[in-house]
Structure formats: structure tokens, C-alpha cells
Unconditional design. Structure first.
Length: 249
């Protein structure tokens, strides 16, 4: 798995290199970067650490070149920087987001992970044994977990959040959304999303309208109650109850 990830990173960085080499000013960039000395690099590093800027044009050229190459590499700092720039552009175009959404599928409990891993569980086995086998299968099949996560998140975003042009999702008329995938300490994938709703008021106007218009405030609370739901599931553990509700496939 790690070898495959390394190969993918190499291919993505090679794409960035090819884009850099094909630029008309490549030879000038190459000569400028080659002129850098150890002392200039140290001086630039100190300036960047103190002021976040540097006056050395060669250093600026070097940083742009690194951004072009590393921006295509998954999970690199350059890719994260490009994602931030994309997010700032969305704020400029659509204003403040209306909702913050986290999608955190339960890969240890969902039987779909076991099916994607190509494993069949006996129907007559003990429930506790099945639960332990599901956890082991999930931990030993990161590719199956990645496919499961992609299927669940894509289904939620495309079917429930933003179904398509002229259709309304569970939040109403969604203008766009932006998501970033993260992992927790165990390596479990989860998705953080910002969602923009068409005609959404910014925070200060919304607060003022809710304070001064009781009818609007009531309708707003009814709307939030209609789309937000909470439920606590029992945590699966060796000491927990065998009677557990499993998500339906």
C-alpha cells in the first residue's frame, strides 16, 4: 500500500516537473535558481521566519517552482496551500458558508466494508465474533476502507446535499460546497465540508433579522429543527452489549 502511494506521489510530482520544463522561461528560471548560494538561502530563511517575506527574486522564483511541482502531490503543503486559495475564491464569489458538515462513516461497523474486501461472513456465527472479524477486516484492508469512504461521501454529496441543477437537497438550494479529507489518530477517513446556500444571509444580517423579526426567527428555528437530527449509538467494545444496530447496506 505504501509502495503504491509512493508511486502515485512520484507520478504527480513528475506532472508538475513536466509543466515547469515546458514553460518558455524555464532556462531563465533554471539559471536563476542555480545562482543561489548557501548564504542567500540562510538569509532568505531568516527573513521568511521573521517577516514572512523576502526581497530576493531568486528565492521567489524557487518558491514558485516548488509550488508548481509539489502542488500536484497529494497531501503536500503546496496542495493544501492551493486548496486554501480555492476556498478564499469561493468566499469571494459566494460569501460566507451557511453550514459546516462533517461526514464520518463508521468503517469498523459497516458490513459494506467487509463486502468490498471480498469477505463473506457466516450468518449463523456469533455476533461478537462477527464484530471482531469486521474490525480485523477493516484494519487489514485500507483499500476497501478508501473505496467505502469514497462511495458513502459521494452518495451523500451528490444525492442529498447538491443533487443537480434545478433540484433541491436536504439543505435547500445549494450553490456549491467544498470539502477536505482528513484522518484521525487511527487513520480513519472523514470529510469536512463547507456548504453555501443560495440567498444565504451573512452572519450579522442574519442575527439582526432574527432579533428584530420574531416570525422570521420562528421559521428559521423550524427549518433548523427539520434538517438537524442527533442520535447516540452504543459504542462497540468487548464489554458492550451484543445487541447492536448495524447500518443497512
Amino acid at each position: 500500500m505504501y509502495l503504491l502511494y509512493d508511486v502515485l506521489q512520484r507520478r504527480k510530482s513528475a506532472l508538475g516537473n513536466s509543466l515547469l520544463v515546458k514553460r518558455s522561461d524555464y532556462h531563465a528560471v533554471q539559471e536563476m535558481i542555480s545562482s543561489l548560494t548557501y548564504q542567500r538561502l540562510i538569509k532568505a530563511a531568516q527573513s521568511l521566519r521573521a517577516t514572512q517575506t523576502t526581497s530576493d527574486p531568486a528565492i521567489a522564483t524557487l518558491r514558485r517552482a516548488i509550488q508548481i511541482v509539489a502542488g500536484r502531490v497529494p497531501n503536500s503543503f503546496a496542495e493544501k496551500q492551493e486548496m486554501r486559495m480555492h476556498l478564499r475564491g469561493l468566499f469571494i464569489e459566494f460569501g460566507l458558508a451557511a453550514f459546516w458538515l462533517t461526514i464520518n462513516p463508521s468503517d469498523l461497523r459497516d458490513p459494506l466494508v467487509v463486502k468490498l474486501a471480498g469477505v463473506m461472513l457466516p450468518q449463523d456465527a456469533l455476533r461478537r465474533a462477527n464484530a471482531a472479524f469486521r474490525r480485523k477486516t477493516a484494519n487489514m484492508n485500507p483499500a476497501a476502507i478508501a473505496v467505502f469512504f469514497d462511495k458513502v461521501c459521494t452518495g451523500i454529496l451528490e444525492a442529498l446535499i447538491c443533487p443537480g441543477e434545478g433540484e433541491f437537497g436536504i439543505f435547500g438550494d445549494v450553490s456549491t460546497y467544498f470539502g477536505a479529507v482528513e484522518t484521525n489518530g487511527r487513520g480513519m477517513l472523514h470529510l469536512h465540508c463547507l456548504i453555501w446556500v443560495a440567498g444565504n444571509l451573512d452572519f450579522f444580517n442574519l442575527r439582526e433579522k432574527m432579533l428584530n423579526d420574531p416570525e422570521f426567527a420562528r421559521r428559521m428555528m423550524d427549518y433548523l429543527d427539520s434538517i438537524i437530527s442527533e442520535r447516540f449509538d452504543p459504542c462497540e467494545s468487548n464489554d458492550g452489549s451484543d445487541e447492536m444496530s448495524l447500518p443497512s447496506t
